[in-house]
Design a protein around this ligand. Structure first.
Ligand code: PAF
Length: 262
């Protein structure tokens, strides 16, 4: 049986090798993170905490999907040893010292969701403090989040190795996300435009592809330098196309590494 920890006392005697931080509503993308974690270390802990600090919209927070029973089954099946399900008081006792995501935290996702990344970094740092893992694993799907977490770990010299894991997609290329349950069959079809666009060989062609689907409302599309998160130029070695937008009220983000695009 999978173990369940709720407090810092429960965690005190535990030696955690790999932490898989999540907000629950687990799907095959999370299962793949847990399976990678399983190969990396002896004791794998999945945290489930819907972090209020990273939601700028109260309704979005209230609507965030919750499925604890199936989350526990999925985590156990994928190979987790334990699940950490803290309350808000456990994560944020008293005054919270917010971590700043800096300039990159204000770009792209951060522009549309002000303070979102400060909230993400604040909770991730708290989770690291409480669970003291040797490693922590994050998906590439949230590429800006991954970039900022790596930057925080470096800047604050946190004793955690950050491991990145590839995006898991459905059979039509749609990146798996807990928010996909809000899309009906037609909307899932519209959302396929994101994957099609990411496969084009220039940003102009990507934009063109996006325009072909009127049901997708683009927020941003950019090719960035993976090392700085600034727009890529001719000299950039590691480029990545990043994209975000909405189908109806559902926000979707995705990204893909690119070779000869500008
Ligand atoms: O990617 C997520 O699910 C969340 O942003 C994270 C990293 C668990 C922090 O709440």
């Amino acid at each position: 049986m999978i173990e369940i920890y709720k407090s810092s006392e429960d965690l005190a005697r535990q030696e955690i090798d790999v932490l898989v931080p999540t907000m629950g509503a687990l799907h095959a993308g999370h299962a793949s993170l847990i399976k990678i974690a399983r190969q990396k270390g002896k004791k794998v802990l999945v945290s489930i905490f819907i972090n209020p600090l990273q939601f700028e919209d109260k309704q979005d927070l209230a609507n965030y999907p919750k499925s604890l029973d199936s989350d526990l089954r999925l985590a156990e099946k994928a190979g987790a040893d334990a699940v950490f399900i803290p309350t808000t008081e456990v994560i944020y006792p008293g005054i919270v010292t917010e971590v700043s995501a800096g300039k990159v935290g204000e770009l792209y996702e951060g522009k549309s969701r002000p303070k979102h990344f400060n909230g993400v970094l604040t909770v991730v740092k708290r989770l690291f403090e409480l669970t003291t893992p040797k490693m922590a694993i994050f998906g590439e799907k949230d590429f800006q989040q991954l970039f900022l977490i790596k930057q925080m770990v470096k800047e604050l010299s946190l004793p955690v190795d950050v491991i990145s894991a590839p995006t898991i997609r459905d059979e039509n290329g749609l990146a798996l996300s807990s928010r996909n349950i809000f899309l009906d069959q037609n909307q899932k079809k519209y959302a396929q435009v994101i994957f099609r666009a990411l496969q084009k060989s220039s940003i102009e062609d990507m934009n063109q592809e996006i325009l072909s689907e009127p049901n997708f409302r683009l927020d941003y599309l950019e090719v960035i330098d993976e090392n700085t998160f600034h727009p890529a130029d001719k000299s950039t070695l590691n480029k990545r196309a990043i994209i975000a937008g909405w189908i109806n009220q559902v926000r979707l983000i995705d990204n893909m590494t690119v070779s000869a695009k500008s």
